[in-house]
Design a binder for this molecule. Structure first.
Ligand code: 4AD
Ligand code: MG
Length: 460
C-alpha cells in the first residue's frame, strides 16, 4: 500500500477517514500500558504529530520491540479514525514495522532541551519541533521571496561565489587559495601570482556588483544566495555564512527602491502568516508573545522613516546613557538601533541619508556632499535587516570614492565601465534571510536559523 504523508492525512482527513492507510515516521513520544500502546509520529510533513493506537492483543511483544523507542523510524498500517482531540485523527494500527532502531541513548529526549545543547547536535536537532518549524518557515519564506520578484517582473540571476573584488570594501573577505605555506615566496604579489587564479580571490560578501552588471542590461534582477563575511563580531546576529536576497533595479532612485523593499517585506510576511499558521503559533507560545499580531501589523501598516540626522537628535534627546557615544557621523550601534526600533518607533523604520564616511564606496552622494542616498531598514528586536542604496552613477564621483578609500582601482574597472557606457540611475538592496527569519520567528540567535551555522571559532 502506498505511503501517505502525515501532513496530507490531517489536511485531507475526510478523504481518508475509515480507510486503511500506511504511514511512516519517527517516534516523537510513546506511552505503553497493559492493553494498549500509543505512538506519536512525525514524518516532517507537518508540525503536528499523528497518533497511532496499538491494541496490544493484536501484537506479540516481539513485534513491538524497539517500535516505542523515541527516535525510532517505523512504518504503521491501520485504519484512520477520529481522534480524541477535536479535529485530530489517529490510526488504529494493524501492523507496525521497525525501519530503523533507535537506542535509548538518543540525544533528543522527551524534554525541553536548551538551545545551546541543541547547537551541539546540529544533525539531530532538526528533528525537534523548534527546528522543524524553523526550517519549514525558512523554506516558505524563500519561496515567497522568489514569488514576489517573479510576479513583479524581476529576473533571477546567479552571481559568482568566488570573486576578485570586495563589494563592501570592508576587508572581511575569506580568501580562496590552493596554496599552502610558502616561506620562499618574497612578496604578496608573487604569492598570489602563483596561486590558482593568478591573483587574489575570495568568497563573495555580496552579489551586488555583478547584480548591477545584470541590471544595466536586463532592467530588474535579483540574486538570492550564500554570502560570506569574516567578521570578527561574535554577536547573536552575525554569521560568517548567510543568505542574501539582492534586487537591483535600473532607472530606480532611492525612494523607488524603498517602496520595493517595503512591498517585498509586506508580501513575504503576509505569505508566512497565510501559510505557516501552526509554526507561528508554536513560536508565539515558545519564543515571542504577540508574534502573530506583530507580523500582521508589519503586513498591514506603514513603515516609519527617519533621517539619520533626526535619528541622532532622537538619541541625544533620549536621556539614555549609551556605551558608544552619539554624535553626527557615528555609526549606529546595536544599542542605538534598539532604542530607535524598540522604544521610539516600535515597528520597522528606514533610517535614510547616512554620512558618507560610514558607508560603502558605491552609494550615491547627496547634493549636500556629506551624506549618501542610503538607508538601513531596522526592525524591533533584531536591528538592521536590509542595507539599501541608490548607486553612484557619476563616473568621476565614483572614481573619487574608490580613490579616497585606497581601494585597488584595477579591481573595479568593469564596475566603472557601467558608468561610462549608458550610465543610468539605479538602486538596490540586500536583505539578510537569517535576520528576517529571526524577526519572523522571534528566535533570538542567528545560529538557530541555519542548519550548520558558521561563526567565529565555530564550525560544527
Ligand atoms: O548592509 P549590507 O552589508 O549590504 C550589502 O551587502 C549590500 N551590498 C546589499 C545591496 O545593496 N545589494 O548587508 C545586507 C544585509 C544586512 O542588512 C543584514 O541583514 C545581512 O545582509 N547581513 C548579515 N546577516 C548575517 N550575518 C552577517 N554577518 C551579515 N552581514 C550582513
Ligand atoms: Mg549594512
Amino acid at each position: 500500500m502506498k505511503r501517505i504523508e502525515l501532513g496530507e492525512l490531517t489536511a485531507q482527513k475526510e478523504k481518508y477517514l475509515g480507510k486503511e492507510v500506511t504511514v511512516c515516521g519517527w517516534v516523537r513520544t510513546s506511552r505503553d500500558s497493559k492493553n494498549v500502546a500509543f505512538i506519536e509520529l512525525n514524518d516532517g510533513s507537518s508540525l503536528k504529530h499523528t497518533q497511532a493506537v496499538l491494541d496490544k492483543s493484536k501484537f506479540t511483544a516481539d513485534k513491538l520491540a524497539g517500535c516505542l523507542n523515541l527516535g525510532a523510524a517505523v512504518r504503521v498500517r491501520g485504519k484512520l479514525v477520529e481522534g480524541m482531540k477535536a479535529e485530530a485523527v489517529e490510526i488504529a494500527a494493524d501492523s507496525v514495522e521497525l525501519l530503523g532502531e533507535c537506542p535509548l541513548e538518543y540525544p533528543l529526549q522527551k524534554k525541553r532541551h536548551t538551545m545551546e545543547y541543541l547547537r551541539t547536535i546540529p544533525h539531530l536537532r532538526v528533528r525537534s519541533n523548534t527546528f522543524n518549524a524553523m526550517f519549514r518557515i525558512r523554506s516558505e519564506l524563500s519561496y515567497a521571496i522568489h514569488e514576489f520578484f517573479h510576479k513583479n517582473g524581476f529576473y533571477y540571476v546567479h552571481t559568482p561565489i568566488i570573486t576578485g573584488s570586495d563589494c563592501e570594501g570592508a576587508g572581511e573577505i575569506f580568501k580562496v587559495t590552493t596554496m599552502g605555506y610558502a616561506p620562499a615566496v618574497k612578496s604578496e604579489e608573487e604569492y598570489y601570482a602563483s596561486d590558482f587564479f593568478g591573483k587574489q580571490a575570495g568568497l563573495t560578501v555580496s552579489g551586488q556588483l555583478e547584480g548591477e552588471v545584470m541590471a544595466t542590461a536586463m532592467g530588474k534582477i535579483y540574486t538570492f544566495g550564500p554570502t560570506f563575511r569574516a567578521e570578527n563580531s561574535n554577536t547573536t546576529r552575525h554569521a560568517a555564512e548567510f543568505w542574501q536576497v539582492e534586487p537591483e533595479v535600473a532607472f530606480a532612485e532611492i525612494d523607488d527602491i524603498i517602496e520595493i523593499a517595503t512591498d517585498m517585506i509586506k508580501y513575504i510576511t503576509r505569505y508566512v502568516l497565510d501559510n505557516c499558521a501552526d509554526e507561528l503559533k508554536f513560536f508565539e507560545e515558545r519564543f515571542e508573545q504577540g508574534l502573530t499580531a506583530k507580523l500582521r501589523n508589519v503586513a498591514e501598516s506603514e513603515f516609519a522613516r527617519v533621517d539619520y540626522a533626526e535619528a541622532i537628535e532622537l538619541l541625544l534627546k533620549s536621556g539614555k546613557k549609551f556605551d558608544y557615544p552619539v554624535e553626527w557621523g557615528c555609526d549606529l550601534q546595536t544599542e542605538h538601533e534598539r532604542y530607535l526600533t524598540d522604544e521610539v518607533f516600535c515597528k520597522p523604520v528606514f533610517v535614510v541619508n547616512y554620512p558618507k564616511e560610514i558607508k560603502s564606496f558605491y552609494m550615491k552622494l547627496n547634493p549636500d556632499g556629506k551624506t549618501v542616498a542610503a538607508t538601513d531598514l531596522l526592525v524591533p528586536g533584531v536591528g538592521e535587516i536590509i542595507g539599501c542604496s541608490e548607486r553612484e552613477n557619476d563616473y568621476k564621483k565614483l572614481l573619487k570614492a574608490i580613490e579616497v578609500r585606497g581601494m585597488k582601482m584595477s579591481d573595479y574597472e568593469q564596475y566603472l565601465d557601467l558608468r561610462k557606457f549608458g550610465s543610468v540611475p539605479h538602486s538596490g538592496f540586500g536583505l539578510g534571510l537569517e535576520r528576517m527569519l529571526m524577526y519572523v520567528t522571534g528566535i533570538g540567535n542567528i545560529r538557530d536559523t541555519q542548519i550548520y551555522p558558521r561563526t567565529k571559532n565555530y564550525l560544527a
